[in-house]
Design a protein around this ligand. Structure first.
Ligand SMILES: Nc1ncnc2c1ncn2[C@@H]1O[C@H](COP(=O)(O)OP(=O)(O)OP(=O)(O)O)[C@@H](O)[C@H]1O
Ligand SMILES: [Mg+2]
Length: 415
């Protein structure tokens, strides 16, 4: 076996930011008088610059045939990395070696020539990939059918809707048999049907032994498509390895911790026999998580503080609301059939949810507790947490976004 198909060594990318410095105005009067004054003198605003490293000392290898997911929060440098690999952006430091034909699908606007028609762009892209006219012609119909742009083939692509544009761009990148296919979050653009088609096609390309690099915030898609992953954070490589391990590292990274202090909340009701003082998420082994993930076990942990003893017949409930404030479920020791007859000296309460059925998104929760039949602590909208997408069904498929807020385990029988 030869060397890696992509080798990145000490890669750094610096952007220079230009700021316009102006004074801050606080009153409209000042703004107006400043405007009036500025009529009589040249613009005094000064530009200053500062450097910003979007990628810092990245080194990694990618082997031919790897299907690599690149994950990280907004601004982590994912798109910048793909642009450097695609030679759209030059590295400031370090080296990138690529041993193969690379086709990339980055944001809308790269790769196509706006004045040329769909047909011409297909040929242009094929030529850039080093394909002969004959090879491209052989793929042409498949591309057009996949993109569903037949009627617009001779229209300049600048007249395309963004959906059409992305469909064609994806079809070209995926069908022109590059050795390396690089795709950046394109799936966010098309409709659900097209997204499914794209994922299917990418899987096909990957299974055909070609190398795929895929940036996405959709963890279910990453889990399903990618064998390995890279986690970037603030321009640095945090982990590279098997997808499951990298996803775990990402979810555990408490850089944006879900931990909350509830002790100072004034908007609470109840006699305070016990109070919720803190909240965090963890996995089964008690390791703190920044977010839950669909399909994975999550534990909601609450620090509690007792104001009086004895604590008899303790009841605790957590109501979970979706982002529209709609109550979607209610967890309590009562419905779980667990009686806490006595809770003296307890400091933490945990609620374990195996195979979290919530969809990716933001949720809020309300907390309720009673001791000996009296309300002890009641905190409306006590806090919130985030759920990342995950492969709940283990099939790599999830219902479309508009098909509800949670998953229900099910199976079919045909007889
Ligand atoms: N041309 C540019 N000039 C200046 N700064 C830039 C430029 N392109 C990107 N950046 C900055 O570099 C950082 C990394 O951006 P990048 O687009 O690579 O992030 P990302 O991981 O793709 O984020 P997202 O998940 O939001 O797509 C960001 O802080 C961004 O503002
Ligand atoms: Mg990006």
């Amino acid at each position: 076996m030869s060397g890696p198909i992509i080798r990145v060594e000490g890669l750094g990318k610096r952007f220079t930011l230009h700021h316009k410095q102006r004074e801050r105005y606080t009153a409209l009067r000042d703004v107006l008088s400043e405007r009036a004054r500025s009529l009589f003198r040249p613009d005094k605003s000064q530009a200053s610059t500062s450097d910003f490293w979007a990628l810092k000392d990245l080194s990694f290898d990618i082997q031919a045939g790897d299907r690599v997911g690149i994950i990280g929060r907004n601004g982590a440098g994912k798109s910048t990395l793909l642009k450097v690999l695609s030679r759209i952006v030059d590295p400031t430091k370090g080296r990138v070696t690529i041993e193969g034909r690379l086709a990339s699908l980055l944001e809308v606007g790269t790769g196509f020539h706006p004045e040329l028609s769909g047909r011409e762009n297909i040929y242009l892209n094929g030529a850039i990939l080093g394909m002969s006219r004959k090879e491209i012609t052989a793929k042409f119909d498949e591309i057009v059918a996949f993109a569903d742009v037949e009627r617009f083939l001779d229209t300049p692509v600048k007249r395309y809707s963004s959906g059409m544009y992305v469909r064609l761009a994806f079809a070209v990148a995926a069908h022109l048999e590059p050795e390396i296919l690089v795709v950046d979050e394109v799936l966010a653009v098309g409709d659900a049907e097209f997204q499914r088609k794209c994922l299917g096609k990418m899987k096909e390309v990957a299974m055909g032994g070609r190398t795929v690099l895929f940036v996405s915030h959709n963890m279910a898609a990453i889990q399903n498509l990618c064998s390995t992953a890279i986690y970037l954070k603030q321009g640095q490589l945090i982990t590279q390895g098997a997808t499951a391990d990298v996803l775990t590292a990402y979810l555990k990274d408490t850089g944006s911790a879900a931990r909350m202090d509830l002790s100072e909340r004034p908007d609470r009701q109840g006699n305070g026999a016990i109070r919720f003082t803190g909240f965090y998420l963890s996995d089964e082994d008690g390791r703190e998580l920044a977010a839950a993930q669909s399909g994975a076990t999550v534990v909601f942990n609450f620090d509690i503080e007792a104001r009086s003893a004895p604590l008899r017949d303790v009841k605790v409930a957590m109501g979970i609301d979706d982002q529209y404030g709609q109550r979607i479920t209610h967890l309590s020791n009562e419905v779980a059939g667990q009686v806490f007859a006595q809770a003296d000296g307890m400091k933490r309460l945990s609620i374990r949810v195996p195979r979290c059925p919530l969809r990716n998104g933001n949720y809020t929760f309300t907390l309720f507790s009673s001791v000996n039949g009296e309300i002890a602590d009641y905190l409306l909208n006590a806090g919130g947490f985030h759920v990342e997408s995950g492969d709940y069904f283990g099939t790599g498929r999830t219902p479309a976004e508009d098909q509800g807020t949670f998953f229900v385990d099910h199976s079919f029988n045909l007889s």
